[in-house]
Design a protein around this ligand. Structure first.
Ligand SMILES: [Zn+2]
Length: 471
């Protein structure tokens, strides 16, 4: 009775379906995807006011996770611009704690900047178990921070021992691109990609890395979706920067050619920001980087493919299929071995944790489909993909919560996991760099008797000037 049947699941109010229905019914210009930044977020606000909706969908979301072999979720608290981070966090905990059926923790977004935000970041890290904050470089006039605000937010992350996360896309360029698309009469899902091409993502990624380096703050670039942005991250890592890039299941398992599909509903199902890229070699490229142990990318340390489907029409499914997609595209294809699979999907979280275990059958296959998945959405972007590697049993906190296709979960079984500041994994190198880079300023020696010195030298003239004016 705590598990949704497929029929009940289909009746859950998924934002994206609601959104699509609204769009199809109203058919007006506001519904076009080019307005997505402002319009979608306005829609999210409207939708997330319904607490019942949020908690029901949250429960379904966690069920989907354990069915896919994921035993911990990191979700995003996104306070509205101008609103308290702490209050948003408290609201989330109140809704989630009694509902979650596997362990979870939270990232908190910094969507505006003030002394109060700065203080609240400290409280969240010291008292509330938060050690990661997400900043948006896109969503202009809604969540976007300017460079000086990013600098301040990153500096505060460093101060309190958190990792800075960024949504790296140039929001100003997207806004201009959107105007251009509209003037050309392009309003469909393909316009979503066209107004935010790869370089918009790569530029913001580079800028975020530069700003983080200026304050020596560790950086985590969430949802790296393009080859060019991935290259920026991997180059920075090779240069020794403490930066992590996160590909998501969607980016590894499919591509942006779907935006040009003639079936509007199909194309719309793939809309997310940053978008999937139409270059079909992108997923393979991202998987190559993920498979490389040393230089390149991290996956699933903090999040991966866990789009907030229950909240976000501008997002795609991934939580249930992430493990299978990586196995299929990574291990089955021969790009990574089983150990690397464990390293990128689980081990860093599982260490020192309780009995969360997934028993994996590498020989079993399954076909991904919206007809059989547990996610509260009526579509699946991996529809029809045949996957080798299937979770057979999932154990959460020592209890079997999923076995042979059957869920056995109860709301409130999961716990909120407090994450500590100054995590060694990211802060060890940062602290060491701080210690060794404290250089004293170069001492300047002024000449003693100015009259006796040859003043033809330009340098000495300057010294005299300083000397006379006692500067
Ligand atoms: Zn984002």
């Amino acid at each position: 009775n705590n598990v949704y049947t497929h029929q009940e699941k289909k009746n859950l109010p998924c934002c994206k379906s609601l959104y699509a229905t609204t769009v199809l019914q109203t058919g007006n210009n506001l519904s076009c995807f080019i307005y997505s930044d402002v319009f979608l977020w306005a829609f999210i606000r409207f939708a997330s006011y319904s607490l019942t909706y949020t908690s029901m969908a949250m429960y379904a979301f966690h069920q989907a996770a354990v069915a896919g072999g994921t035993t911990m979720i990191l979700d995003f608290v996104i306070p509205q611009n101008g609103k308290s981070l702490l209050e948003a966090y408290d609201r989330w905990r109140k809704t989630a704690d009694s509902k979650v059926c596997c362990d979870y923790s939270l990232h908190v977004a910094v969507t505006w900047w003030s002394d109060k935000v700065k203080e609240e970041m400290e409280t969240l890290t010291k008292e509330k178990g938060i050690n990661s904050f997400k900043m948006f470089m896109a969503y202009k006039d809604v969540f976007m921070l300017q460079d000086d605000q990013l600098y301040a937010a990153f500096a505060q992350c460093k101060e309190v021992g958190a990792i800075a996360q960024v949504h790296a896309e140039n929001g100003d360029l997207i806004a201009e691109g959107a105007k251009k698309m509209l003037s050309m009469g392009i309003t469909g899902p393909e316009g979503h990609e066209l107004c935010r091409p790869e370089e918009v993502e790569a530029e913001a990624t580079q800028r975020a890395i530069t700003i983080a380096h200026a304050v020596n703050c560790p950086l985590y670039v969430v949802h790296v979706m393009s080859k060019s942005a991935a290259k920026v991250v991997s180059d920075a890592r090779r240069d020794g920067r403490v930066v992590f890039g996160e590909p998501i299941a969607a980016g590894l398992g499919t591509d942006g050619t779907h935006y040009w599909n003639k079936d509007w509903a199909h194309a719309a199902a793939f809309v997310m920001g940053p978008p999937l890229r139409p270059d079909p070699s992108t997923p393979g490229y991202l998987m190559d980087l993920l498979a490389n142990q040393h230089a390149l990318m991290c996956f699933g340390i903090l999040t991966c493919g866990q789009r907030q489907l229950h909240q976000d029409p501008n997002g795609v499914n991934g939580v249930e299929d992430r493990m299978s997609v990586i196995w299929e595209k990574g291990v089955h294809s021969g790009k990574m071995d089983e150990n690397r699979f464990v390293a990128v999907t689980s081990s860093r979280i599982a260490k020192n944790s309780d009995a969360d275990v997934v028993i994996w059958d590498p020989k079993m296959t399954r076909k991904i489909s919206a007809k059989t998945h547990h996610q509260a959405v009526d579509y699946n972007i991996f529809e029809g993909m045949e996957c080798h590697g299937v979770p057979v049993i999932t154990i959460s906190r020592g209890k079997v919560v999923y076995e042979d296709g059957q869920l056995n979960v109860s709301p409130g079984h999961g716990r909120f996991i407090h994450r500590k500041p100054f995590s060694e994994f990211v802060y060890k190198r940062i602290k060491q760099r701080d210690q060794v880079s404290k250089e004293p300023p170069v001492p300047v020696i002024f000449p003693k008797n100015v009259e006796n010195v040859d003043i033809r030298s330009f340098t000495l003239k300057i010294h005299i000037f300083f000397h006379i004016f006692k500067l």
